[in-house]
Ligand binder design. Sequence first.
Ligand code: F6P
Length: 343
Amino acid sequence: MRIGILTGGGDCPGLNAVIRAVVRHSVKNYSSEVVGYLEGWRGPVENLVMPLTLRTTDSIINKGGTILRTSKCNPFKMERGPERIHESMEKNNLTALIAVGGDETCNIANRMHKEHNLNVVCVPKTIDNDLNATDFTFGFDTAVNVVAEAIDRLHTTAESHNRVLVCEVMGRYAGWIACWGGIAGGADFILVPERPVVINQVVEAIKKCHARGRDYSIVVVAEGARLDTDEPRPVSDNGSGDRAEIVSGVGERLAKLIGEKTGYETRATTLGHIQRGGSPTAFDRVLATRFGVHAVDLVHQNKFGRMVALRGNEVIDVPVEDAVDKLKTLDLELYKVAEVFFG
Ligand code: F6P
């Protein structure tokens, strides 16, 4: 059997670990071959392929990004996109496709399976951890570790200069990275999209901190969090035909308001793509590897239209449609734990 694999959406630590696992398990245990499609869904539409062998996928478990590169290309917005995917699969003699990606990639895979009979299996990735039907996605643990380390470093300056330091983190419309990273870094306030707060709550917490003799504070804000003073979110076009809302910039706005309302020197740091870059943590390498192995097993059991998932500590599989119908937002029980340390 010959299997195709693509990585779609934003890059994420652990993608190469999945590719390596898919190739190793296929070649070693199923005598199958694997072909890599380049640049997300553009690969099968435009027939951009790269042979994957044990040699070319050796020593990549620790590498960030994806050797297949990625894009946010949507075949349903391209002329004869779905038909061209089938043509490319036939041309390369592929029986099935493994699509590694977040909600957009899985959504496309789901439609390709349902509407165009594509033999596809999904592997969930995103640093945001906002995909439904899986407890964790790989990439998240790496991002959280980056945030925790960054907050540790911010503490040094905050403490030395008596400053309030605001740290803006990624996560799109979910507060998972902010909440985990903020708890791990000992944040004095965390703002997430799931729990809107008015600016005076943040200000009061910071003042309380300072009143008990701690002359600095760390505030973590998720990029998707809204301030009560914010205008409606603008919309941008990223050039590929996909419309994506701009979700960053809240850190600077928040820092300005805190500075004005408290009189304390307040600065913002936006961590941005640093959270997605570099080597995956051991947890993400292992999770990505387990996902890759399970995805290959699904292909050989003809279980298509499925997505691998983590439930507790077990790798299972679910209908891919379960993952795409709505976002997995932050568990508010976890936010309650974070609140214990506010102010
Ligand atoms: O989904 C992952 C993510 O890093 C989000 O946290 C962030 O909002 C978005 O991607 C940024 O995407 P881009 O790199 O395309 O600007």
